[in-house]
Design a protein around this ligand. Sequence first.
Ligand code: UDX
Length: 446
Amino acid sequence: MALKITVIGTGYLGATHAAAMAELGFEVIGLDVVPEKVAMLTRGEVPMYEPGLEELLRRHVAGLDGSSDRLRFTQDWAEAADFGDIHFICVNTPQKQGEYGCDMTYVDSAVESLAKHLHRPALVVGKSTVPVGSAARLAARISELAPAGDEVELAWNPEFLREGFAVKDTLHPDRIVIGVHSERAERLLREVYATPIAEGSPFVVTDFPTAELVKTSANSFLATKISFINAMAEVCEAADGDVVKLAEAIGHDERIGSKFLRAGIGFGGGCLPKDIRAFMARAGELGADQALTFLREIDSINMRRRGQMVDMTREAVGGSFLGCRVAVLGATFKPDSDDVRDSPALNVAGQIHLQGGQVTVYDPKGMDNARRLFPTLGYAPTALDAVRGADVVLHLTEWREFRELDPAALAEVATHRLLLDGRNALDPEVWRAAGWTFRAMGRPTA
Ligand code: UDX
């Protein structure tokens, strides 16, 4: 009989994982404590923008026309516990208010709510990003609480999906990592991931702490790569170099590689910033803080970029934002997402607004979320409307739509043809040919 799977938490990670598990042929229940989310998902609607996810969901949600009926959603812990052979914990682990550490409230409460109802054999699988040591603690908690006792086991299976590519990353992962305590747990997870394993996804089996650390160290490495190239951008600014050429040149070295070397206003989002901070905090608790002090520097390089973008803009408009109209293209932390959590673009827009600039933001998908977070900024329905009357245009999230804008059409509506690229994604030649003064971060003379 095919395994029955539940997915606890239906955010970016959980909603995608639930739909992907149904796509792989399993019967799935998704559980969330927020009734509105359960209602939306049950109608086949996704509460956020993620390319391909709604289509995938609609293919499987029970009761929808032509669906496989393999996927449904509930708020009922007992129902989920009775149903599942395997329970994936996919709730979020935000940064604690006012501290670097990771807030485990949602994970703890999900595990406790579920465990109390586990009367049958089951494997609970953590996917959330957690401080190392959490899995061991949660395993102990489960054996205390679960009525089925030893027949309930825990495994850790970190998730590496990127927003904007969540469906692809979940169905065709570049690796599957599991931390397990038994052969049974490994066997069950091999069964869950049989399709991607058969396609060639590497399957790495390890212990709990290593599995937890794989995730935080992978994110730390990625953050380091971005801050490295942004540090080089700072040096290029000082030495009249060109960071884009520099990245291209060092990227040809296979040991370095060209990915994640795009200099600009830096990384944001719900993962990288909080994950490196939580990692530092946890290392401190373990007495290994020295090993990760470099992450403090990675964080400061990254946060500095936002201020540098503001400074570069202020200088370009003559030293003050008072009375200056600023068009901001991009609000989300990256393209192909509607996520504005810790978005460098919105941070820059907000700083300029606070310094007296009249900011108008346009983003292809992030408008509602941006408005909710920064209601005092101006918003325009199109890029052209945002640019109308602007003294300066800032390109802050590298959406394809912005690369496809017609610089000549924008030139006609802008007050001043001044464009600053905070993402190094636009072609300076094309913009200059249409009469724009073009300046990008880390390329003072390019
Ligand atoms: C990240 C990890 O990539 C993923 O493996 C993990 O599971 C969750 O965290 P995500 O938050 O979706 O994924 O974003 P990612 O694509 O990593 O980008 C993070 C930020 O870095 C974005 O703000 C992006 O604009 C920025 N970035 C990325 C750069 O500034 N330069 C680059 O070269 C690459």
